[in-house]
Ligand binder design. Sequence first.
Ligand code: PHE
Length: 445
Amino acid sequence: MTHKRENWSSNFGFIMAAASSAIGLGNLWKFPYMTGMNGGAIFLIIYLVFIILLGIPILLSEMAIGRNTQLNPLGAYKKINKKWSFVGAIGILCSFIILSYYSVIGGWVIKYIVSFISGSKIKDSFTYFENFVSQPLEPILWHLLFMIITVSIVTFGISKGIERISKIFLPALLFLILIVAIKSLSLPNSNEGLKFFIVPNFKGINSFNDFLNICLHAMGQVFFSLSLGMGALITYGSYLSKDTNLKKSAIIIPLLDTLFAILAGLAILPAVFAFGYKPQSGPGLIFQVLPAVFNSMNFGIIFGFMFFLVVFFAAITSSISLLEVVASFCIDTFKWSRRKSTFLPAFIMFLIGTFASLSFGPLKNTTLLNMNVFDIATFLSDKILMPLGGLFMCLFVGYVWGIKNISNEITNNGKLSFRLEPVFSILIKYIAPALILIIFITTLF
Ligand code: PHE
């Protein structure tokens, strides 16, 4: 009896920790604007299909690799087969790039919390946002603050404590998004937005190429949102005890993550149409639209404050998982102290992020191949490195480590059943790699 309860509670703790790495700005900030830019419902449908075909099998595999080896991503690949260590290296590079710009957006969230604390409504939220991000200095200071908070948590090794907070803030986030979604859906003309989000409209797709482009974005979003393809879940899996049920986690985590993404879509897209904004407006979308929703609510300032506060928590629990990947690598490989392993990489990330931040203002038009620094960073991480990491991981699991070995890990050496093993095997060996390759080759070349 006692044994059972302990089991459950450790599984529950892991699911909360992994879910709080997964649920973050990817769901609340990125998913709505990606959906807006990629044709609405069609994007949503492709996204959901990819969660099943790519997200779940890759998530399960990463956790299994982590738990089997009990090591950081680089060490994990090295232990099973030395030649494949480069996959771990891709992941570490990727965490580096993501955190650089993640922290910039995290900084915007802090700025909005502070604006709501000052008690004034944000009027004309579109101009407010544009004025804020186009300044050279202020957004960088908030970005610095976000990075300092992330570094402090990882340096003092109190990540576990923070993750415990997720038991409070995840339900709070759920509650607040629900309220905003209900408000947003009750605004005049919000129907258009709901339709945009759930009824496919093929008018915007003029060629097969357009369709493939949406697929590329949806794939990138699946990797980003579930924290896949870069070792975060190998790192988390390595802390798992041998008797937890990996299969269960691999279903619950994507379910929770997708729930938050869809609710964020419902909170934002109807309001976009109700206030006459454009769904294609890009990374500023939630920062422009939500203040307008809060303005139209009773106690809007308080709701606005609470909302951005929980978004901040969601962002921090994701950013610490990103920094943890890099830090644990530096500790293991270079034998640096924990302090050095967090400070030094974070400092470099801060510098890269500075350029990402400036690309919303002074460096807006400084581009390479039509992309500014922010675009290049997201392109590299979401569309190249994470899918590449995922592709290699599938090949590694399918053909090097082998389905038999991973199946042993997933079933806790035969103690649990794994009826879907044949399906899993086909997904990991053929379908997932083929999908990633096809999308890659057709859109990038
Ligand atoms: N999944 C996180 C989010 O949705 C971002 C993230 C990506 C975290 C990769 C860790 C690793 O915000």
